[in-house]
Structure formats: C-alpha cells, structure tokens
Design a protein around this ligand. Structure first.
Ligand code: TXE
Length: 503
C-alpha cells in the first residue's frame, strides 16, 4: 500500500478508474483539512461528470469481463479473504490515515481497523451461500426456480465519520455477490478509501471492479446519482442529501439504499444501576464526539430518579477528557468539519433561548492547545423538550438533551415523537417492559441494557426519515442481488395454445 500518512502529506491525490490512478479531467483539486489544526494536509481530485462517466464505464466493462463475471463464487470468496488479510496487515496505517483525515481517536480507529477484516471474512463466507429456491407449481413436468444474480454497477456515496467501516458494510456483500462498484467518498475524508482501493487491487480483484471518484457532492456525487448505467445507489449521509439523491435515482428508476440521520431515544427506568445506565448514555452519545448516526441524543429518564441520574451524568461528563486524537488519554477528539462546530454551537445556544439549560459543557474547550482545532465540549442539556431545535434535528455532535417522564405510555409517545427512526435504547430490569418497548418503538434497532452494540451479522437500518434498506447479516445479500425466475417444461410436448382443456 503506497498511500500512507507520509505520502499523503502535502500531496495531490488522483482518482482510480479501471485499476489506475488518473488525473481528473477538470484538472481541479480541493483541500482536505486536518481537524486538529484546521489546515489543509493534502489535496483530492475534483472529479466531474466526465470522470464519473469513465468510472461507470470501467465498472460496467468489469461487470461483463469474464475474469470477474465467470469467476466462481468460491474464488470470489478467496479474493475477499486475501483482502481481509491485507487490511489486517495495514490496519495501523489505515487507522492513522482516518485519524488524520477526520479526527477520530487513534485508539478507536486502531480497534476498528483491526476488527474490519472480520467483516470481509464474514461476507467472503457468504459468497457461495446465496442460493435460490425451487417453487412447486400447479402443473406437471414443470420446474420453476429462482436464481440470485449480481445487480450490476453499484454507486456508493459515503460519509466522513467512519469512511471505511461504513463502506465495508455494503462493499463486502456487493463484491461477494459479484457486482462492480464506483465509490464517491466524502470530500472531508477521502484518503482511506483510496488506500483501500489499492489493497483491493493488490488482493487480485480485476481492474475496474472497484473504482473511486473523489470530489464534492455537488459535482462527482450528483453525476454518479444521475448516471443512467448505475444499477443501485447506496448512500450514507444526511436526510436532506438522501432525499435529493433518491430523487435523482428515481428519474432513472434506480433503486437506492439509504442510511440517513437519526435522533435516537435512550430511555432510563428507575430499576437499573444508575452508574451503568450513565455509562451507556455516555457511550451512546459522546463516542466519536457524537458523530455517529445512531447517537442516543434524546434521553428520557423516569421522574423518580431524574435528579440522581442528572447528577451522575453531569459528574461523568465533566470527567471526559477532550484532547488531541493521537493521545491515548483522550476521550473525545475534534469534530471532523469546521461547519459541524458552528452547527452544534448554534443549536446549543438556540436551545438555551428555547428554555433548556446547560448542565455540562456547552462550548468550545478553553484550553490553548485546542484553540486551532474543531473541538466542542461534551454537553448535557436539561429541561429539554422534544420541540426544541436541538431535540428535533440531528446535530452530529456531543450533545444530549435530557427530560423526565412519568408513565410508560408517556415515554413511548415522547420517544416516537421524531421524524427519524434509526436506533433506540432502554435500560430496565423488567423484561415485560423492555419487550413492550421493543414492540412499540419506531426504530430499526433496539438495544436493551446496552447501546451502540452494532454487529455486521445482524441487519441494521432505519425507519421513517432515517432511510430504508438493511445492512448486515444475510439480508444485505438479498439487497445487492436480483432475483430471476426460471421455468422449464420437461414434458417434451407443447400443447396447441388455442385449445383450452378444462380439468
Ligand atoms: O452530509 P452529506 P455532510 C449528517 C449529519 C451532518 C450532516 C451534514 O447530521 O451534520 O449530515 O454532513 C455527498 N449528490 N450526516 O454535509 O451532504 C457528500 O459529498 C450526491 C449523517 O457531510 O449528506 C458525501 O460524500 N452526493 C451521517 C456524502 O454525500 C452528495 C454521516 C454525505 O454528505 C450530494 C454524515 C449530492 N447532491 C453526515 N451532496 C450518517 N447517517 O452516518 C453531498 N453528497
């Protein structure tokens, strides 16, 4: 893998089409910023519609290429295992690249990158297990069965918060089935995707199976979602952009998979160990500085323990260390974008005007060594209401709003009172209550006495404006394959079609 933090520093990165790094036709490059300093550290190519067209063409040719199309499922699985080995071998460098690009903690990224190969291995194992079925029909001497086959060229538009992990959730099953791919990573964290594409080539995937076009959503992203030769679009990002992309895709009747924003409820009942629940809430909302789609950013606490819970949550939050993402003792690093800090700041201040109170954090940290970076303190907002801006919209920052509830009925109404439906969590020792919550909550994932315990073996995704389609588990293999029905008549005869016989 030639792409390393060292090679990226001060460099210009090109796009990858048909297995080669090529310059963008526009000749334009845009800066990628280091969130700890706000300074540009390399430049990425600004691809336009002509580059996207070339990438989709290469992916389409690769889809037809017998070297890929006629490779057996077992051999595809072997390639993916080789890729898993290469990712593991380069896990620490991939982690460094992501930390430098989006400011996520190095300790978290190392763990994430070392675990990521397991995903490729899991889907490699599925490459030869996707099977159709035979269907009993009401006719003799007929065989009716379903085939599962790859869809074609899949366009993937990924975000900056966990570029490789979020990409892997769809790239691994896509490749296992035999599709080809054009990836448009976020302009805010592009480098790790280029590095992964190098490893994909090194593993032996034929040229053109995975192509990477970089640049802004407005240019490369739009072009990809409007392209007529794309068979499916996978998008992870904001609900507004998702809506726009789904519109572009609809014009070409292209199906989409959408993993969008969230405003997930996290519910605490009085029958639990408060310190454990506080740890759950802190992990659920402050991990990755709140930049996770499943962040439990609305916290509902049973009124009888509300004061005790707030006291413990504030004390725990005040012990969180905000610092440089490379330091081992840092709990929260910077936000990935300058715009995110302004967004979070403005929602916190409008929340105060709407009547909420800051019980912890609420501002950029005063420490001098953090002044140039895009940091924000972990923040607890109390006296929150569901109709306040910061409780309604996704902030994608380290802010939790807390409010009390009295009855289970009231809690369910409050928890479901959101346009999103991605994840949810509940802390209780009462199994009946937990199951009632699991049945009634409008969210694609329900965590009981835990939070953010996501697994690539289970299908995850959103309801409502959090999107549609599922990632993980065997479900995703169906999403990235298409079903074809085949009928054989082995009677050896063909009746005159105009003679109708009643049985
Ligand atoms: O997202 P965008 P941004 C949410 C989060 C955050 C907000 C804005 O609330 O504050 O989104 O972040 C590409 N056609 N999430 O601006 O715009 C873009 O280049 C095609 C939630 O980064 O959704 C990038 O690759 N593509 C989230 C990707 O879309 C377009 C993760 C995401 O960008 C495009 C990230 C267009 N018109 C942000 N416009 C999650 N669900 O995990 C942009 N893009």
């Amino acid at each position: 893998m030639k792409t390393t933090v060292k090679s990226l520093e001060g460099s210009r990165q090109n796009i990858i089409i048909d297995g080669r790094f090529v310059k963008p036709n526009s000749g334009q490059y845009i800066p990628s910023y280091d969130p700890t300093t706000g300074e540009s550290w390399y430049e990425l190519a600004e691809a336009d519609s002509s580059d996207v067209d070339a990438a989709v063409g290469a992916a389409r040719a690769a889809f037809r290429n017998p070297a890929w199309r006629r490779m057996t499922q077992t051999d595809r699985g072997k390639l993916m295992r080789r890729l898993a080995d290469l990712v593991l071998e380069h896990a620490d460098e991939l982690a460094l690249i992501e930390t430098r690009d989006n400011g996520k903690l190095i300790k978290e990224m190392r763990a994430q990158m070392r675990a990521m190969p397991d995903s490729y291995i899991y889907f490699a194992g599925m490459a030869d297990k996707l099977q159709g079925e035979t269907i009993p029909v009401n006719k003799l001497d007929m065989m009716n069965f379903n085939l599962r086959e790859p869809i074609g060229v899949v366009g993937m538009i990924t975000p900056w918060n966990s570029p490789l992990m979020l990409l892997t959730g769809t790239l691994a099953p896509c490749l296992a089935i035999g599709n080809t791919v054009v990836i448009k990573p976020s302009e805010h964290a592009t480098a790790s995707t280029l590095a992964l594409a190098e490893l994909i080539a090194e593993a032996g995937f034929p040229a053109g199976v995975v192509n990477v076009v970089t640049g802004t959503g407005r240019s490369a992203g739009e072009a990809l979602t409007r392209h007529r030769d794309i068979s499916k679009i996978v998008f992870t990002g904001s609900t507004d952009t998702g809506r726009r992309i789904a519109g572009n895709a609809a014009a070409n009747l292209v199906p989409c998979q959408m993993e969008l924003g969230g405003k997930s409820p996290h519910v605490i009942f009085s029958d639990v160990d408060i310190d454990h629940a506080v740890n759950g809430v802190v992990a659920g909302v402050f991990a990755a500085a709140g930049q996770t789609c499943v962040a439990g950013s609305r916290c509902f606490v049973e009124a009888s323990v509300y004061d005790r819970f707030i006291e413990a949550l504030v004390a725990r939050t005040n012990r969180i260390k905000v610092g440089h993402p490379m330091a081992d003792d840092t709990d929260i690093g910077p936000l990935a974008l300058a715009a995110q800090v302004s967004k979070v700041e403005s929602y916190v201040s409008s929340g105060v005007k709407e009547g909420a109170r800051i019980a912890a954090g609420g501002k950029r940290p005063p420490a001098e060594d953090l002044a140039r970076g895009w940091y924000f303190e972990p923040t607890v907002m109390i006296e929150a209401q569901n109709d306040m801006g910061f409780m309604r919209d996704e902030l994608f920052g380290p802010v939790v709003g807390v409010m009390p509830f009295v009855s289970e009925e009231e809690m369910i109404t409050l928890a479901n009172d959101t346009r999103y439906g991605l994840a949810s969590g509940i802390w209780t020792q009462n199994i009946d209550r937990a199951m009632r919550f699991a049945n009634r909550i409008d969210a694609g994932t329900v965590w009981i006495n835990t939070y953010r315990s996501a697994a690539y073996m289970s299908a995850n995704g959103g309801f409502k404006e959090s999107g549609y389609g599922r990632r993980g588990g065997f479900e995703v293999m169906r999403e990235f394959s298409r079903l074809k029905n085949v009928v054989i008549d082995y009677s050896g005869t063909m009746q005159d079609p105009f003679v109708i016989r009643l049985r």
